[in-house]
Structures are given as C-alpha cells and as structure tokens.
Design a protein around this ligand. Structure first.
Ligand code: GLP
Length: 289
C-alpha cells in the first residue's frame, strides 16, 4: 500500500538493490510527490528507502514512538538499536510519557546503542551513556543491564568492538535501529570514508563532528578524537531502520543522503538502497528536496 511503511524487509539488502527514496507525504499532505524505483539487472526486486515528510518534529517523534510501541507490543523482547543526539530527545520524552501512561514497556527488550566516545567511562557526564540514562533509561523499565552502549573506557577497544558484534548476533540481530544524521552525512560515528561493509570499530572523528560536539564538552580541544561505533554494515543489517532529521540545518545533508551519489563520502546515502529504511524529516529538513 502506497504511503504505509510496513517495516518489512530483508536483512542486509545488497547495494545492488539500491534505489531512490520514495517520497510519501503524511495524511494531511496526502499526495505522493515522487516514487522512483531502480531496477538492477541482476535483481528480481528493487528496494528503496521511504521518505515521510511531516509537518514538524513533534509529529515525527510521535510517528517514531508509534513504530517502537507497535514493535514492542508485537515482540516484547525486541532488540532496539538506540541513538543519541539532540534529534532523539523529544522521541525519548514521548516514549517515557507513553511508558508512564502504561502504553509501552521495555521490561523484556534489549537496547544496543550505536556509539560512544573513546576514553569516556559510563559515569562521565559527557558520555553517551550518561545521555542515555538521563534521556531514556532511567525513565522507562529496561531490566538492569539490558540496554547497553559500547564501553568507551574498555581496556581493549578492538575486543570491545568484536564483542559488540557478537552481542548483537546473540540477541538475534537488531529489530529496529534508530538513526540521526550528522551534518557531514555520518550515521552513528561512521564518518565520510566509511565502507559499506564496515563493522563495529574505533574511528577518528571528523572536524565537523567534533565542532558540533564542542558545546557539550566546553571547548573543541576537550572533545575526544576517537569513538567506538557500530559499522555501516552493522546498521544496515537491522531488520528496520528509522532515521530522523529535523530542522533547517539538516536540509542540505538530507538532500545529499537521498539525492546524492551513493557511497562512502556520505555514509547515510547507503540508506537509499535499503527498502526497510524509513526516513522521517520535518518540512525544514525537507526544504532542499
Ligand atoms: C552524534 C551521534 C550521531 C547523531 C549525530 C547528530 O554525532 N554519534 O548518532 O546522529 O550526533 O546529532 P544531532 O541529533 O544532535 O544533530
């Protein structure tokens, strides 16, 4: 059915199934503006991300919360791929409200965050672990230890990365991966240059990424230079992907993600070929489409 994201899709759709994003409007903007599917010669089916343009971020947050609520009702022990950043705070507020109202429970769910700054212990207030505790984990009912992040202070970051992939596999894979997008097109901390087949690993952070994080650290110099991130392949293997982008500052990277060439220069562009990906943007972030 046109305009409805079912969330069904094959795990790890190959890049050969790449396509342009289908653009779908929300109900009050009900026309389908464009729907372009690519057909590669060696594939019997085609896949492309679906784009939903919503009126404002609160509508996008409700839509994302609806997806998570339905997933947890259908599969209470789902594995959620969680993300940080300003983009996610309203969604986590909405999920916390729904939990308080008895609509959604995370009691049997598992959480795997995308990334963490290298060198920061979970107790560090600047860590993504601290962000997650304050934004979601202390407000809902995950079982102790069931929602995890890569350890930024792991003594062996390589072993931590390998163990992260194994933990996701042991959980049966990620059912729903939340994503934001960096101004340079990163997903997680997969900076420009990240390969389609990359896995969880230590990465060097881009200058733009560090500049965007500087306010939270007090100064650019204090922003870590490295992070542990789930890889592009780790992310794309998820059964469903939900990328959120809100605000005018994301408009040009949203255009590059959905309309630019697919490749490592803009890691988010790999989503173009992922039929089980839903990209939710508000009108401001859609301004250059
Ligand atoms: C960080 C995170 C990303 C996130 C990005 C965008 O770099 N590692 O996962 O998508 O920030 O952040 P924001 O939502 O604040 O724009």
């Amino acid at each position: 059915m046109v305009g409805r994201w079912t969330g069904r899709g094959s795990r790890g759709a190959s890049p050969s199934r790449r396509g342009r994003a289908r653009i779908l409007r929300t109900q009050h903007q009900s026309s389908v503006r464009a729907r372009t599917l690519s057909h590669s010669s060696n594939s019997t089916s085609s896949a492309s991300a679906i784009l939903r343009i919503v009126a404002d971020r609160s509508e996008g947050e409700r839509l994302a919360a609806d997806e998570i609520e339905s997933l947890l009702k259908a599969k209470p022990d789902a594995a959620l791929g969680l993300a940080t950043g300003g983009t996610m705070t309203g969604l986590y507020d909405e999920l916390s409200r729904r939990h308080a109202a008895g609509r959604v429970s995370f009691a049997r769910a598992k959480g795997f965050n995308l990334d963490e700054y290298l060198g920061l212990a979970p107790a560090d207030p600047r860590s993504f672990a601290a962000y997650m505790r304050a934004s979601l984990l202390e407000r809902v009912d995950f079982a102790p230890g069931a929602a995890r992040l890569p350890r930024g202070d792991a003594p062996d970051a390589g072993a931590e990365s390998k163990g992260w992939e194994e933990a996701i596999a042991a959980a049966g894979g990620i059912d729903l991966q939340l994503l934001g997008i960096g101004r340079n097109g990163h997903i997680g901390f997969n900076e420009p240059g990240s390969a389609r087949d990359s896995r969880t690993r230590v990465v060097e952070l881009d200058d733009t990424t560090r500049a965007d994080a500087a306010a939270g650290f007090g100064s650019l110099e204090l922003v870590p230079r490295q992070a542990i991130t789930a890889g592009v392949a780790t992310i794309l293997d998820s059964r469903r992907i939900l990328l959120l982008a809100f605000g005018r500052s994301k408009a040009s990277i949203v255009r590059r993600m959905l309309r630019g060439p697919v490749g490592p220069e803009c890691p988010a562009s790999w989503l173009q070929g992922i039929g089980h990906a839903l990209v939710v943007v508000d009108r401001e972030a859609a301004a250059e489409l």
